[in-house]
Design a protein around this ligand. Structure first.
Ligand SMILES: Nc1ncnc2c1ncn2[C@@H]1O[C@H](COP(=O)(O)OP(=O)(O)OP(=O)(O)O)[C@@H](O)[C@H]1O
Ligand SMILES: [Mg+2]
Length: 241
């Protein structure tokens, strides 16, 4: 099967210090793929590269065999908590409506249909009661739920989420996993940076184990084992800093 996303020999550096080298990997369509690896392993760097937010030193990222740039409208991205400053004046509903702009361009105002899609995404995340609240006046976990609602409102085919479960309670965690599994049934693909090794098997069906380069990738059954986890978390830790 042709993969949905292919990363070919990706090399990324910040101020000439390598963050990712020789990354070759692929994401299968309709998978729930976890990206795991220790702090500083380059997980966020990898997904920002897929989103074209970072210019790599070299390498290619393709979606369905073409440069990823052509398909980014089909991708919803939830950045890692703390990477976005949401202290500007906007209501919760405004933020979720941003998910609709990819379908409209920046000039057209959202219409009734967009609003009803946004409200239903807020309902899915059990945040509809907060729709007129300023985003800056929410707790960290509530903000996170709103960002996920924004991704749902975008109605993308591919969801790329950077530690969406960070700082949220267990009820919300289960809710997000249920939604992910439900959207997978509808044909969507998920790429999720995930920090809790004990739930990788329960939440995902594919995994990419990363530490600056790909340690292993594939189905959970084929690569999620002690040997690969140890290689990423212990044998390589600090080796390149
Ligand atoms: N904007 C930046 N400028 C300079 N160095 C950076 C920048 N962003 C990341 N780095 C460095 O690149 C490396 C990879 O960072 P990245 O954020 O991709 O790691 P990560 O796997 O997402 O870590 P975490 O689990 O802490 O989120 C780290 O050593 C980090 O310090
Ligand atoms: Mg990160």
């Amino acid at each position: 099967m042709t993969p949905l996303i292919t990363v070919k020999d990706l090399n990324v550096a910040y101020h000439e210090k390598p963050a990712l080298w020789h990354v070759n990997m692929s994401i299968q369509e309709n998978s729930r793929t976890a990206i795991v690896g220790p702090n500083g392993a380059g997980k966020s760097t990898l997904i920002k590269s897929i989103m074209k937010l970072i210019r790599p030193v070299s390498g290619k990222i393709e979606i369905e065999g073409r440069d990823a740039r052509h398909a980014l409208k089909r991708v919803a991205y939830v950045p890692q908590k703390g990477e976005v400053n949401w202290d500007f004046p906007a209501t919760v509903l405004d933020v979720v409506l941003m998910g609709r702009y990819v379908h409209k361009g920046w000039i057209k105002r959202p219409n009734r249909k967009d609003e009803s899609i946004a409200l239903s995404a807020l309902e899915t995340m059990k945040m509809e009661g907060f729709r007129n609240r300023q985003i800056s006046e929410l707790s960290g976990g509530q903000k996170q739920r709103v960002f996920i609602a924004r991704a749902i409102a975008q109605d993308a085919d591919i969801y790329i989420m950077d530690e969406p479960l960070q700082g949220i309670d267990i009820t919300t965690e289960k809710l997000i996993i249920d939604i992910m599994k439900q959207l997978q049934q509808e044909g969507k693909t998920f790429i999720v940076v995930h920090h809790h090794l004990d739930t990788v098997e329960e939440y995902f069906d594919h995994v990419v184990i990363l530490n600056k380069t790909v340690i292993a990738e594939g189905t959970i059954g084929s690569v999620w084992n002690k040997k690969n986890i140890n290689r990423a978390y212990y044998e390589m830790s600090g080796a390149h800093d």
